[in-house]
Write a protein that binds this ligand. Structure first.
Ligand code: PA5
Length: 463
């Protein structure tokens, strides 16, 4: 059952928008693109060798949630999900902190899940408020000397044991590999160079072969998880890449997969007009081609979806930003960014489609503004209004202001933030991205453009 709704009413504008009939006319191409995406998943599952026009075909992410759930059902604790949970529970018992080393698709999904589903001050609150799970830190996603020093300071000041989850599909990404060396050195010292303890404190997630797989074997790591073949980095959040960190912080990874499987079902069967993936892509595509809206603002309301937005920025940019095509994704967090980017969205160049991501139910009871004996701030008239009331008013007021100036908006409405909904949302965006790629004739898989900087950096470092 899919609970996410998409409301495109704000793009049907007399000027600068599109019409419902334009959207309806796109149904056939959208359905053809969907057929191709579904066929890709099948080709991949059947292991069919595809022609060069389809390569690379990293469609393995699509049916992965269904496959993992089925395997869990049959094999229980011995399944991959069962093993991930066991490792995560062991780490939670033995370690006070876990450093997740990874970059790009190897960490952004985990970060999105942490921010969406956990306490907003997860690392700082008393352990009971994070269900006695370890603190979590993300590194290896840059080469920032001072940031690494800062984290080492923090870990050194903790007398309890900490550990590393190192995630790299290729196993050769320099940022992650360099960080691993530094943190491994520190970790070895902190466990008194006890090789067994060191191996138990490091859990790698990597491809079948590669430098990290070799290093894991050399260290004697017992629990090593695989990034499955045919699952690209930015599509890997629902593999061990995202599931292991999610399980470490105590999230219900089965629910996450169930949400994604529900989205697969919805995507495959719901008709245009009732299909959140098809409708979202249809609107984004028409606004870009008919109205030149080449900037896609993902406007998240409240703070908990910022990292999800960054995950999506990468997903869209690396997937369709090819052959001098592809819209520019940009995440904003409101109401915060109404005070920074809002001016430009209201009156700047008309090249933007704003998609609001609205969470209907807050995770905690609504806080009232409250009455005060001193009313210098003049808020007593709003005493019974709550923070969610203010957020809703800000959203409605902003949408109204955009509508009055014919600025297109659409709403993606999620009922609440939990594992099931996040599973739906992540899978929705991955499906939308490959669907759009097929619609515009761009292979959404692979990221050849990222290789150029890596080649140059290595040549400069080693030259
Ligand atoms: O989407 C991608 O493939 C990339 O963003 C990768 O996730 C990123 O470059 C990290 O690669 P790796 O996991 O091989 O270290």
């Amino acid at each position: 059952m899919v609970t996410i709704k998409y409301n495109p009413a704000g793009v049907f504008l007399p000027e600068h928008g599109i019409t419902p009939s334009q959207l309806a006319a796109l149904s056939r191409p959208l359905l053809e693109a969907r057929d191709e995406v579904l066929a890709d998943a099948q080709l991949w599952t059947d292991g069919v060798e595809v022609g060069p026009e389809k390569q690379p075909l990293d469609a393995g992410f699509h049916l992965l949630p269904d496959r993992l759930l089925q395997e869990l059902h049959v094999l229980g604790e011995k399944s991959e999900v069962g093993r991930i949970k066991k490792t995560a529970d062991r780490l939670a018992q033995e370690l006070s902190s876990v450093v997740v080393l990874g970059i790009g698709g190897s960490y952004m999904g985990a970060r999105a899940l942490l921010e969406a589903c956990c306490h907003p001050f997860y690392n700082e609150v008393a352990p009971t408020l994070r269900n006695n799970r370890p603190r979590i830190y993300f590194e290896g996603n840059n080469v920032d000397n001072d940031a690494v020093h800062g984290l080492l300071d923090l870990l050194q000041s903790d007398t309890r044991r900490w550990g590393i989850a190192v995630i790299s599909k290729s196993g050769g990404t320099l940022e992650t590999a360099a960080a691993l060396r530094i943190f491994l050195r520190e970790l070895a010292e902190s466990v008194g160079n006890d090789a067994r303890k060191l191996a138990d404190s490091v859990v790698p997630v990597t491809g079948k072969t590669g430098k990290l797989a070799d290093l894991s074997a050399a260290l004697g790591c017992q629990e090593v998880y695989e990034v499955p073949d045919g699952v690209g980095g930015r599509f890997s959040v629902l593999s061990a890449v995202g599931l292991l960190p999610a399980a470490i912080i105590g999230l219900d990874i089965e629910k996450l997969l169930a949400g994604a499987a529900a989205m697969n079902e919805h995507f495959a069967h719901a008709e245009p007009g009732k299909n959140v993936v098809l409708d979202y892509v249809g609107v984004c595509h028409l606004m870009e081609t008919e109205r030149g809206c080449t900037t896609r603002i993902l406007s998240t309301w409240g703070k908990r979806l910022e990292a999800f937005g960054f995950w999506y920025d990468q997903l869209l940019a690396e997937s369709v930003g090819k052959a001098e095509q592809g819209a520019l994704p940009l995440t904003v967090v409101n109401t915060r960014d109404l005070h920074s980017r809002g001016q430009q969205h209201q009156e700047g160049v008309r090249d933007k489609l704003i998609t609001n991501v609205v969470v209907e139910q807050p995770g905690r009871p609504p806080l009232e503004i409250g009455a005060s004996d001193r009313d210098q701030d003049g808020l007593n008239s709003l005493a019974h209004k709550t923070l969610p009331n203010v957020l809703s008013a800000a959203l409605a007021g902003t949408n109204q202001a955009y509508r009055e100036d014919n600025r297109p908006t659409a709403d993606l409405i999620v009922p609440k933030l939990d594992e099931f909904v996040m599973g739906q949302l992540l899978q929705m965006m991955m499906l939308a991205t490959v669907l759009e790629g097929r619609l515009i004739g761009i292979n959404p898989y692979g990221q050849p453009g990222v290789e150029a900087y890596k080649k140059n950096m290595n040549a400069i470092l080693r030259g």
